[in-house]
Design a protein around this ligand. Structure first.
Ligand code: HAM
Length: 428
């Protein structure tokens, strides 16, 4: 171990990659913010029991992957492995569900799972997450799915697909579960898998081992055993998605890594990512809120992986995060010019222009290198003589052309220059 190496598996973003990270995060969040979702910031750690009850004991996330520790008062705390349980806890604690429904919340931040790190899979990773709580309406399911799809499309992604299924409800799940348990009794499973099956038999369907998958070919599927209510709900979700022109694949074997799902359940899979291909997933959860001690309200939401979405953008060759750092680079030559540039930078920033300055009293050559690296469209070069004449030399960095402007025209001329960069995707 070396203290200058970050712990294994943490996703860290430094320039220039960090611009891609914030662009992806903002693009995934933006559709929800324009659909009435309010931003919520929830804590990074919660009581361990919240995740055990919320996410479910049979999941890998809870049984193998939690970063759990005791605080100084001997309480068991856990770094959040996902965002939904914390959002639900906050809704119950602060009574947000006593107002108008659905409660629509968007959040974003780091999550922690002690998984084996590999490309696209980290121990610290980031999600954008939305939840719409308190209304069980198939149109809302379609909205939630459409908002994820819109986020991916805003980034320019194309090579992904939406996998969709229904996991039924309290009326049909128990009978299906019994059938599945009966079926699992007839096949060859090791003791550990049998134990897990006792807590949640559905989880066995997600077992990645070939010998298990071969034995599961004839396993009963939830989708064939839906109650009338769940079947009608699922049919309506599909109708809305069809009307919205959102393509999906029905995937009756889709099993999510978290136990709370009922009815509509989905995952977005990107084709350029190898084994860690899920860029997002979510679904409806009828029982979660009551399980955590709240009202028996249904909800639906998703979590989209920022890290994997950024990798997906790179896999498709999309220019995320490529926009320049600043619009204008100021090059002062001499003491008086430097003082003037400090003021000019403040004025320009005040009207929304992104500005950097060549600090440190460097010569023109080194300063122009800095201008080049900054990606600025214009370098403004100011010498002592320019100040006396009330002018500045303005270099167009793309064409190399140089013009002289009156100093008093700089702010009015450059106001609004940033809007081009904003259009290219800087949504922050
Ligand atoms: P999830 O499928 O466990 O769902 O995670 C959502 C997304 O987070 C995944 O599709 C993936 O892109 C990303 N992700 C998960 N684990 C890792 C990892 N170790 N490294 C990198 N990225 C990862 C949830 O977390 C649910 N809370 C989503 C939800 C919200 N369901 C309803 N509401």
């Amino acid at each position: 171990m070396s203290i200058v190496n970050a712990p294994k598996g943490v996703m860290e973003y430094l320039p220039p990659d960090s611009a891609g990270f914030t662009q992806v995060r903002d693009a995934l969040l933006a559709p929800a913010l324009s659909a009435g979702y309010s931003y919520a910031e929830t804590p990074v750690f919660e009581h361990t029991e919240l995740f055990v009850r919320g996410v479910g004991q049979s999941t890998d996330v809870v049984s193998k992957e939690m970063f759990t520790f005791e605080d100084r008062g001997g309480r068991s705390l856990t770094l959040r492995p996902e965002l939904t349980a914390g959002v639900m806890r906050a809704v119950i604690e602060h009574g947000l569900d006593r107002g108008q429904l659905p409660v629509k919340l968007a959040t974003s931040g780091q999550c922690f799972r002690a998984e084996r790190p590999q490309a696209g899979r980290g121990r610290q990773f980031s999600q954008v997450n939305i939840e719409a709580i308190g209304v069980d309406d198939p149109a809302l399911d379609a909205e939630v799915i459409a908002l994820a799809d819109e986020g991916f499309r805003r980034l320019g992604l194309q090579d992904y697909s939406l996998h969709l299924t229904s996991l039924g409800d309290a009326d049909c799940r128990p009978a299906y579960r019994e059938r599945l348990v009966e079926f699992l009794d007839t096949i060859d499973l090791d003791d550990a898998t049998r134990e897990r099956a006792k807590i949640n038999p559905l989880r066995v369907l997600d077992d990645k081992r070939d010998d298990i998958q071969r034995q599961l070919v004839d396993a009963p599927l939830m989708l064939d055993h839906l109650s009338e209510v769940s079947a009608a709900h699922f049919a309506e979700v599909r109708q809305h998605l069809d009307a919205l022109g959102i393509k999906y694949q029905i995937d009756p074997r889709l099993v999510r890594g978290l136990d709370y799902y009922t009815k509509t359940t989905f995952e977005f899979i990107h084709n350029g990512l190898g084994s860690q291909s899920a860029v997002g997933g979510g679904g409806r959860y009828d029982g979660l809120m009551a399980e955590l001690g709240g009202q028996p309200l249904s909800g639906i939401g998703w979590g989209l992986g920022i890290d994997r979405t950024l990798l997906a953008c790179r896999a498709e060759g999309l220019p995320v995060g490529d926009q320049p750092r600043v619009d204008v680079y100021l090059v002062p030559l001499g003491e008086a010019a430097r003082a003037k540039c400090v003021l000019l930078a403040a004025q320009l920033r005040g009207v929304g222009v992104r500005v950097d300055i060549a600090y440190g009293g460097k010569g023109i050559k080194a300063s122009m290198k800095g201008a080049d690296r900054s990606g600025a469209r214009h370098a403004l070069i100011l010498g002592e003589r320019d100040i006396e004449a009330g002018v500045v030399q303005v270099k167009d960095m793309a064409s190399g052309e140089q013009q002289e402007w009156a100093l008093e025209h700089v702010v009015p001329h450059l106001r609004g220059i940033s809007s081009g960069a904003l259009e290219q995707g800087d949504l922050s």
